[in-house]
Design a protein around this ligand. Structure first.
Ligand SMILES: *[C@@H]1O[C@H](CO)[C@@H](O)[C@H](O)[C@H]1NC(C)=O
Ligand SMILES: *[C@@H]1O[C@H](CO)[C@@H](O)[C@H](O)[C@H]1NC(C)=O
Ligand SMILES: *[C@@H]1O[C@H](CO)[C@@H](O)[C@H](O)[C@H]1NC(C)=O
Length: 229
């Protein structure tokens, strides 16, 4: 009897051990399959989503700048003589420009000066520095600049632009362009070239108390343009 019971109990032990090892095996298999699952699906998914977040930060949340001209007036645009075979003009304008950092979280830094280039008929007249290199622009802040330009002239226009001047002078309204160009960085080396075009429709200066009203215009993002002169 004791033998039987001994056998039974050792059989019982054996079957318990068998069951245990079976269950160990199963948990082992479970563990390894969940590891496989992690490596096969979860990690790549994590890597992909982390990559996406980085890409979004790098490109979608790109430094965004809005610029608009609140006021502009032409102080002079008149023939002032000739330079060789070209006509030279006294040109002077005043522009109230507002630049806004649209990013709500980060400063942007001008890594090159923000320059306004004044053009007539795609001819460069002059440049004005709007913001200096290294200037930090706070999130969501508007910065106002008063640009007084010209005065160093006279500026030379080629024959095509001079002809355009004659046409526009006859109407009393001049179509000029102010282009803003610069380079900004935001966050960790997110560097961007900035190129905005602000079309300016300017009345010939009136000799009198009349005040010409200028309607605010938005500057539109643009590609760098080939400028003659
Ligand atoms: C052009 O500007 C110069 C210097 O500012 C001035 O002496 C000259 O009279 C101006 N000419 C015209 C046509 O306005
Ligand atoms: C005006 O700025 C442009 C670039 O925006 C530059 O190529 C040009 O040399 C500048 N001209 C002057 C007179 O500073
Ligand atoms: C431009 O127009 C004004 C006003 O009509 C005129 O007095 C002036 O002579 C014109 N200038 C040129 C260079 O044609």
């Amino acid at each position: 009897m004791p033998t039987t019971s001994g056998t039974r109990s050792s059989l019982g032990n054996f079957s318990r051990r068998l069951r245990d090892s079976c269950c160990d095996l199963r948990t082992q298999r479970d563990t390894s399959s969940s590891l496989t699952w992690l490596f096969r699906y979860a990690f790549p998914a994590l890597v992909v989503s982390a990559g996406t977040v980085l890409l979004v930060l790098r490109f979608a949340v790109a430094p965004q700048v809005k610029a608009y001209v609140e006021d502009a007036r032409l102080d002079s645009f008149a023939l002032a003589g000739t330079r060789g075979s070209f006509s030279a003009y006294n040109i002077s304008a005043s522009v109230a420009l507002t630049v806004r950092n649209l990013n709500g979280a980060m400063d942007m830094t001008y890594t090159r000066p923000l320059v306004a280039t004044f053009l007539f008929h795609d001819r460069r007249l002059y440049n004005v520095t709007v913001a200096d290199e290294g200037h930090r622009h706070k999130p969501l802040k508007r910065e106002a600049y008063l640009l007084h330009t010209g005065g160093e002239g006279p500026y030379v226009l080629d024959a095509a632009a001079a002809e355009e001047f004659e046409k526009q002078n006859a109407t009393g309204v001049f179509e000029m362009e102010m282009r803003l160009s610069g380079v900004i960085t935001l966050g960790l080396g997110n560097k961007r070239g900035l190129e905005l075009s602000c079309p300016l429709t300017l009345q010939r200066p009136e000799t009198g108390p009349d005040v010409v009203v200028f309607h605010e215009i938005d500057c539109e993002p643009d590609r760098p343009k080939k400028i003659v002169f």
